[in-house]
Design a protein around this ligand. Structure first.
Ligand SMILES: Cc1ncc(COP(=O)(O)O)c(C=O)c1O
Length: 406
């Protein structure tokens, strides 16, 4: 309806006003104002070129192990092809509860476990369930871009608290984190073990942040999808270790990395009991829950996957040491050695535009790495290399890197 002031009479005219401004966007303004995902753009660029080794994406080379594949194939053969419950099959929710008891020593009822179509979907559901447009959310950076992107979709304000390099180790300043929280803050978002840095939050830090959030009544969104990727540990310190059942805490997990299931799109959330209905409501309208037969693969992964995880960790450990040794001899590179994950996040002397440098690297030596600028506003000059690949492939990639940065 056309609203006019009572003193101004609307009048009709045939004159169409001349204007230079662009027509209004047919899309939500939040989508028009999203920051570009340069890592995704770089990945596409690398794939469009011949003979490029890509270590730009967070996955290894091994396909999903047989015992997981067979469980999903058996489910298909048995006709498990129908709609499944929006929060996951009861059998998988129970298996996640068993796994959490076995690995973390925590008893979580299945009503607090929500199966999702990937870790990304889990982040989406949690953030959509708590963020209003205009809310502040504090993000510890460097951070995987998608967590920021989803906040942008919701149109929340992202307040970055950047870790710094102290004695060549990534360090979180807890005072800076707490100072960033204002009455408008709805949540703190942390990825530990961290993509891209491999930093692991200590138990003391986790406890301090949990107590702080509890005292302020704000949420913690803890992305722990690399929980099983800390070298020499069964699992990295977790918010689950210090939380009580009603804490405003979402812990995100995924089958993608530890069980080599990136293509399956399967993950889960552990949250408070009161979130069950809200996450179900959202899941119903997002995709009606994860696919049915893949969840049987998830059950097998959790039940029989420990040897596979150990094998992967052994490879990543060897590869981390190779990367550390070889980067130490490349004069332009500063590399803080990661305690976890399969990422090397390093600074290249003289690089001021990591996206441009990453493109040049593809063009000149046929190596695709993720540009640092994708991971936070203070990550310019860095690159991320995924070393979760076979050792010969890694050496080939490092030879190429050496030609540019040696
Ligand atoms: C921190 C973090 N969270 C979530 C994801 C996404 O996991 P998924 O493949 O389950 O969507 C990734 C993928 O790289 C990640 O690094």
């Amino acid at each position: 309806m056309l609203m006019t002031s009572p003193r101004l009479k609307p009048h009709k005219t045939n004159i169409v006003p001349m204007t230079n401004s662009a027509p209004p966007s047919p899309f939500r303004s939040a989508l028009d104002h999203m920051t570009p995902n340069v890592a995704a753009e770089l990945l596409r660029y690398g794939k469009s070129r011949p003979d490029v080794i890509s270590l730009a994406q967070g996955e290894g080379e091994s396909p999903t192990p047989d015992f997981i594949q067979k469980a999903a194939m058996k489910a298909l053969e048995e006709g498990k092809t129908f709609y499944a419950p929006a929060l996951g099959l009861p059998e998988l929710r129970q298996e996640i509860a068993n796994y959490t008891a076995k690995i973390y020593g925590r008893d979580i009822p299945t009503s607090r476990i929500f199966v999702t179509s990937s870790g990304t979907n889990a982040i989406n559901l949690t953030l959509h369930s708590i963020l209003n447009e205009g809310d502040d959310i504090v993000a510890v950076t460097p951070i995987w871009k998608n967590l920021i992107g989803i906040c942008e979709v919701v149109n929340a304000n992202i307040i970055e608290v950047c870790m710094s390099l102290q004695n060549n180790r990534w360090t979180l300043d807890l005072d800076a984190l707490f100072d960033a929280v204002t009455p408008k803050t709805r949540a703190i978002m942390i990825v530990s073990p961290n993509n891209p840095t491999g930093w692991v939050m200590s138990e003391t830090e986790i406890k301090a942040v949990m107590e702080f959030a509890r005292s302020r009544g704000i949420w913690i969104v803890a992305d722990e999808i690399y929980a099983r990727c800390q070298f020499g540990k069964k699992h990295a310190p977790s918010f689950l270790d210090v939380a009580v059942p009603d804490d405003l805490l979402f812990v995100i997990n995924s089958f993608s990395k530890s069980w080599a299931m990136t293509g399956w799109r399967l993950g889960w959330i552990i949250g408070p009991q009161m979130a069950e209905d809200k996450i179900r409501d959202l899941a119903l309208y997002q995709n009606m829950g994860p696919p049915c037969f893949t969840q049987y693969g998830g059950i097998a992964a959790l039940r029989y996957g420990e040897d596979f995880i150990q094998g992967q960790m052994a490879l990543w450990h060897t590869n981390r040491d190779i990367v550390s040794q070889r980067l130490a001899h490349m004069s332009r590179i500063t590399f803080p050695i990661p305690d976890a994950t399969f990422y090397a996040f390093f600074k290249v002397d003289g690089v001021t535009n990591s996206m441009q440098f990453a493109r040049e690297m593809i063009d000149e030596v046929g190596l695709s790495l993720a540009p640092g600028s994708s991971f936070g506003s203070r990550c310019e000059g860095f690159l991320r290399l995924c070393y979760g690949v076979s050792t010969p492939r890694l050496h080939d990639a490092l030879d190429r890197l050496e030609r540019l940065c040696g």
